[in-house]
Structures are given as structure tokens and as C-alpha cells.
Design a binder for this molecule. Structure first.
Ligand code: ADP
Ligand code: MG
Length: 655
């Protein structure tokens, strides 16, 4: 058969270089990765066989084999799982399909220290390629279940790999590493030593549900090969296994289902390794959540909150959901029906006692038991997040920074759990620049007579803090929530009052800071001012009628001359932009210009208008005032060229 030579995709080549030059200090994990892939391949074969009995594959003794040859210094990990076709090998092993790889590599290049680089690898995970940390050549031989011919892939990790088609390959995959010389300084240990293999498997792969077998001590490696090949079974070969001699293999893993055991029997490390296998994350999870339901509908769940999002959490087609087992048998990898979309970062296992093994995704969505589990799990995750905030504030802070904006999507999609989501949420606030607040704590701190929970949405904390809308609130020491996530624009308008207090934007409607405490005197003063300004307000309203629907006096400004606000029920400009970005047209609603009667510029404008209404300078000043209000809140002005011309003319005259 001809041997073809291929080049690795650019990103794959760069990652391989890093593996060869070993930026990751814990090289033992290569074996965890190979076993994890073998286990996935066995899961896939069984799931496919459950779906499609005609696959023609032998599923009678699915297992993973580990064989070491100290003389040749090779280590082989085999499975008799689903295997790969020729094209699978090129696509899956020669390229890296993970989104965000290029960006990740850029960050790696910029990482200043080895520790920083290691942290990044830890977040990304490199799977199969981690073999090159300990091997100078890797050979993979595989045959896809149901196909006749196999494929051999070989590479030294340096730019190219070769592929050839081979006959007589057992179903499944074997990966053989030609190990680098032992170098304990560089943390390359003797991976052919049974004790080392046992230690690594115990440490990282004990929970794998498939048996991980090592050929018996002193076993001739060739005989070991035959044994595993025979166990893998040729579909056509009938009852071949019994006729071959079989050395006593040793099963290295205890195969215990961690979710079925009680919390005090299992160490955090064991839970973490299960998490890493399921999620392909290399970092530890932040939180472990266990749920057990007994009675008529029995199930056990073990869920994890990751410490960082996968790089594609906002991508549409990212697989999400947890693994669904039925009585210890994995029947679905990413069961999205079990967790709501806004908790799509949750990873884990749900093992139900009483579901059909052969159930489709469509049916699952409708299944009443699945719906009950979904509801219970969502509630449990939310209550855990809330509890984390009180008991493990540092973990909560990390969690909320990474996933808060995803969780808040639930305020729109999960009406039943709205209160629970609000209760688990936290928000940046003017009260404390460092620490976010809960809504409950905000309400506790409210000023006497304060009716609402005030917030402002915007691009960034600094933009919001320096916005004119903030002035009167800052002046009076009234706390304002600072909301900078895109989703904030949407949910704030949708949630009911929290602890009886409505959420209110400080950039919408009338500022009602003084409600309830206005004395007769203040009222009289306000009415007088209103009268004085009536002429200017009407005139400006007419001049700017294309842009704004009203010009009025403001009670929210102290130092700025003017600001623009939206009407209470109008769609804000930021929300309009969001809809537009999603391709939806929304009618633009005009906003309201508010003037600060205490500002000298506004006061002079009023007098100028009262004294000489036909002064040709007045319209330009009105326009400038409006433009300034837009700029101050970070908005764009409609006609920047006109604005700058007007401004230049004025400046010129001051010189
Ligand atoms: P990941 O496991 O995170 O997808 P890997 O680099 O570990 O990334 O593996 C890449 C892909 O190669 C896997 O997703 C799988 O499709 C395929 N693969 C690797 N090892 C095996 C195996 N033993 N059997 C079948 N397919 C495999
Ligand atoms: Mg993998």
C-alpha cells in the first residue's frame, strides 16, 4: 500500500512543537488522555450498537489494554472501540478543530513565564498530542467498526505525518509510543514500569467504567498483543478468542461509579479526574454538586461547575449538557434536555434507574421524568451557586466573573426560577468598587424613602460612572448598580420587583429621587423655575424636533449642563443596537433632552432667549448643547462634521 505524507495544520504544528519542548511539567497525564480517548471510543461503539444493531461489531468484551515493552521502550494503549476511518484520522488527528485555537496560541506565545504557559495549556487541554511530551514517535493503528480496512498513522510530531492503509487490523485503535529516554530531571519517568503505569491509572483513570487491563508480569509482549487482538475480536472470526493462549491480565482500575457513592467515600481528586475526563478541561472544577433522588423515579447526578468557560461558550453549536447513563451504562454524551441553556457550562453525569436504553433526543425533550430531573437539577445548581457566595466567596467570585452573564440569560428564559437566579446573582455597584453586591444587600442599604433599585447599563464601569445621569445620585449618596453585560439590557426590563422594589434605570424616565420629601417651599421654587424656562423649553423642543421628543428641566444633573434620557418604556439605544446586530429591526424612539437649570450655560441661554429670541447664535448653541449631552453619555452624534464646525466657530471667537 502506498504511504502518503501529510502536513499538520498550522495550529496543530504549533501545539505539537510546544508538546515536544514540553511546556507542561506533569507529563504523566499523557496516559490519562490516551485512556480517556479509548474510553470515549468504547462508549461511542456501545451507543452506536444500541442504536443500530446492524453495526456488525463485536461488543462482547469491550476494554482498554495497556502494554509496555521495556526493551523496545514502547508503550501501547489499545481499545476495541469505535475506531477511525482514514478520513477521520486525517481530520481528527491532523487538525485541531477547537474554536479559538489561534487565539489560544497567540496567548501562549505572549505568556511571559512557564507557569503562565502551563496555566493556559491547563485551560485548553491538548488530548492526543500530549503523547509527544514523552514520545519521539507515535504510531496509531485503527479500524473503524464495520469497515474492512484499517489505517496506520505515524509521526514524530515534526511538521508531517504519514498515513497508509493496512489490512488485518483489529477493530478499534492502538496507539504506540516510542518513549523518550528516561529523564527524571525533565519529569520523563520510566513509563514501561508496571508500577508507574499502575500508579498513573489509579490516580487519573480509576473511575473509567471500562476495564483497563495490563498484560501480566513477565508476559511476552507479542503474546500480549495476540491476547488483546483476540479479545477485540474480528467480526468474522467467530469464537476465535477461546482458542488462543491468554496470559493473566491485571485490571488496573476499580471502575467504581463515583456518582453512586457517598461524598465521604470519594476524594476530591477522584471527582476532579472524572470531571476532567467528561469535560476535557485540564483544570479542576470549582464545585461538585451531588443529587440523589429515591422512590418511584430513582436517579443520581454528579454535576460540576468549571473554573473557566470553554472557549466557545457563546457559539451556537457547541455541545452542551451532561452525560446520561441508565443503570451505569452511558447512553448519551451531551444530553441537553437535562440542563437549561443558561446553565450550559454545567458538566457531569446523570444516572437514571428507569429509562429506556434506546431513547432519542427528540423523545427525551418530551419525557416527563427528564423534565422533572431538569427542573430539580436547575434548582440545585442555582441554590449551590447562592450557597457558594456565602461560604466560598472566592470561588463564587471566580464563578460569577466567568459565568455570570450566562446565568443571567435565565432571567429571560426561565420564569419559574427567576427569583432563584436573582438571589444567586451579584452586581457591580457604586457602593463598592471592588466587591459586587447582591440585590438583597442593596435593598438593605437603601436610603429612607428610596422606592427603587437604581441601575445604569452601559459599555463599561468608567463610562457609567462618568455619565451625567449619575450626578444627582452620586451627590446624594444613592447607590446605583453598574450593569455592563449585553444581557443586562434585556433582563432589567423583564423582571418583576425584587423584595417589593422595582428596578429603575437612572437614564430613563423622570429622576424621582425626591419623591415623598418635597416641601412646599421646594415645590414653589420648582414651579417658578418651570415657568421661567417654559419659553426656552418650547423653543428648543421645536428646534430639535427631528432629534428629540421633548426638552425638559432635569432634577438629575449637578455639574453637567444637559443629558439625554429615554422614556420609561422606550427601547434604549443599546438595546436597539443589540436587536439590530441580531438582524431585527426595531422602531427607533426619540429620546428626551434634559437641561440643568443650575448650570451657568443653561441659565445664560435662557436669558439670551428671553431677551433676544431672534439672535442668530441661539440655534447653534441649542444644537451644541444637545451634541454635548450625547457625547457625555458615550453616544454618537448624528452629524459630527456639523458639530465640530459649530464648535470651531465658537472657539475661534473666544481667542
Ligand atoms: P478530544 O478527546 O478532546 O476530542 P483528542 O486530541 O484527545 O481530543 O482526540 C481528538 C479526536 O481523535 C477525538 O475527539 C476522537 O474523535 C479521535 N480519537 C482519539 N483517540 C481515539 C481512539 N482511541 N478511538 C477513536 N477515536 C479517537
Ligand atoms: Mg481526548
Amino acid at each position: 500500500m502506498p504511504t502518503e505524507t501529510f502536513e499538520f495544520q498550522v495550529e496543530a504544528r504549533q501545539l505539537l512543537q510546544m508538546m515536544i519542548h514540553s511546556i507542561y511539567s506533569n507529563k504523566d497525564v499523557f496516559l490519562r488522555e490516551l485512556i480517556s480517548n479509548a474510553s470515549d471510543a468504547l462508549d461511542k461503539l456501545r451507543i452506536e450498537a444500541l442504536r443500530d444493531g446492524t453495526l456488525g461489531a463485536d461488543v462482547s468484551d469491550l476494554h482498554i489494554g495497556v502494554e509496555a515493552d521495556p526493551e523496545a521502550r514502547t508503550l501501547t494503549v489499545r481499545d476495541n472501540g469505535i475506531g477511525m476511518s482514514h478520513d477521520d484520522v486525517v481530520g481528527l488527528i491532523g487538525t485541531i478543530a477547537k474554536s479559538g485555537t489561534a487565539e489560544f496560541l497567540q496567548q501562549l506565545k505572549e505568556a511571559r513565564s512557564a507557569a503562565a504557559a502551563e496555566g493556559l495549556i491547563g485551560q485548553f487541554g491538548v488530548g492526543f498530542y500530549s503523547s509527544f511530551m514523552v514520545a519521539d514517535e507515535v504510531t496509531l493503528v485503527t479500524r473503524r467498526a464495520g469497515e474492512g480496512k484499517g489505517t496506520r498513522w505515524t509521526s514524530t510530531g515534526e511538521g508531517t505525518y504519514t498515513i497508509e492503509t493496512v489490512d488485518e487490523v483489529p477493530q478499534g485503535t492502538s496507539v504506540t509510543l516510542r518513549l523518550k529516554p528516561v529523564d527524571t530531571e525533565d519529569k520523563v519517568f520510566d513509563y514501561t514500569a508496571p508500577s508507574k503505569i499502575r500508579e498513573i491509572v489509579k490516580r487519573y483513570s480509576d473511575f473509567i467504567t471500562w476495564p483497563i487491563r495490563m498484560a501480566g508480569p513477565g508476559a511476552d509482549p507479542a503474546a500480549g498483543d495476540a491476547a488483546v487482538d483476540a479479545a477485540a475480536g474480528e467480526p468474522e472470526a467467530g469464537d476465535a478468542p477461546e482458542t488462543r493462549p491468554e496470559p493473566e491480565p491485571e485490571t488496573l482500575n476499580s471502575r467504581k461509579a463515583l456518582w453512586a457513592r457517598s461524598r465521604d467515600e470519594v476524594s476530591d481528586e477522584e471527582y476532579h479526574e472524572l470531571y476532567k475526563h467528561i469535560s476535557r478541561d485540564w483544570a479542576d472544577p470549582l464545585e461538585i454538586i451531588q443529587v440523589r433522588a429515591e422512590g418511584t423515579f430513582e436517579y443520581q447526578a454528579l454535576l460540576f461547575l468549571p473554573s473557566h468557560p470553554p472557549r466557545d461558550i457563546f457559539a451556537q453549536d457547541t455541545p452542551r449538557g451532561v452525560q446520561l447513563y441508565v443503570k451505569r451504562v452511558l447512553i448519551m454524551e451531551d444530553c441537553e434536555a437535562l440542563v437549561p441553556e443558561y446553565l450550559r457550562f454545567v458538566k457531569g453525569v446523570v444516572d437514571a434507574a428507569d429509562l429506556s436504553l434506546n431513547v432519542s433526543r427528540e423523545i427525551l425533550q418530551q419525557d416527563r421524568q427528564i423534565q422533572l430531573m431538569h427542573r430539580r437539577l436547575a434548582k440545585k445548581v442555582l441554590s449551590t451557586i447562592k450557597e457558594m457566595r456565602s461560604n466560598r466567596p472566592e470561588n463564587y467570585a471566580t464563578f460569577w466573573r466567568e459565568f455570570g452573564r450566562v446565568v443571567k440569560e435565565g432571567l429571560l428564559s426561565d420564569i419559574d426560577n427567576r427569583d432563584a437566579i436573582l438571589a444567586a446573582s451579584s452586581f457591580a455597584t457604586t457602593h463598592d468598587a471592588e466587591r459586587p453586591t447582591t440585590l438583597h444587600d442593596y435593598v438593605e442599604r437603601m436610603k429612607p424613602g428610596q422606592q427603587h433599585i437604581y441601575y445604569m447599563t452601559g459599555e463599561s464601569r468608567s463610562a457609567i460612572e462618568s455619565s451625567p445621569h449619575m450626578e444627582a445620585f452620586r451627590d446624594r449618596g444613592v447607590e446605583v448598580l453598574i450593569l455592563t453585560d449585553a444581557v443586562d439590557e434585556v433582563w432589567v426590563g423583564a423582571v418583576p420587583p425584587f423584595e417589593g422594589k422595582e428596578l429603575r434605570s437612572i437614564a430613563k424616565g423622570e429622576a424621582d429621587l425626591d419623591t415623598g420629601e418635597e416641601t412646599e417651599e421646594v415645590k414653589a421654587e420648582r414651579e417658578q423655575r418651570q415657568e421661567e424656562y417654559a419659553g426656552l423649553l418650547t423653543w428648543m423642543g421645536e428646534r430639535l424636533s427631528e432629534e428629540v421628543k421633548e426638552v425638559r428641566l432635569s432634577s438629575r444633573l449637578t455639574t453637567s449642563p444637559a443629558c439625554v434620557v429615554s422614556d420609561t418604556h422606550d427601547v434604549t439605544p443599546a438595546l436597539q443596537n443589540m436587536f439590530r446586530a441580531m438582524g431585527q429591526e426595531v422602531p427607533t424612539s426619540k429620546r428626551i433632552l434634559e437641561l440643568n437649570p443650575g448650570h451657568p450655560l443653561v441659565e445664560s441661554l435662557r436669558r439670551a432667549h428671553a431677551d433676544r429670541a431672534s439672535d442668530p447664535e441661539l440655534p447653534g448653541t441649542a444644537e451644541l448643547l444637545y451634541g454635548m449631552a450625547l457625547l457625555a453619555e458615550g453616544s454618537q452624534i448624528g452629524d459630527p462634521a456639523r458639530f465640530t464646525t459649530l464648535l470651531a466657530e465658537r472657539l475661534e471667537r473666544t481667542l
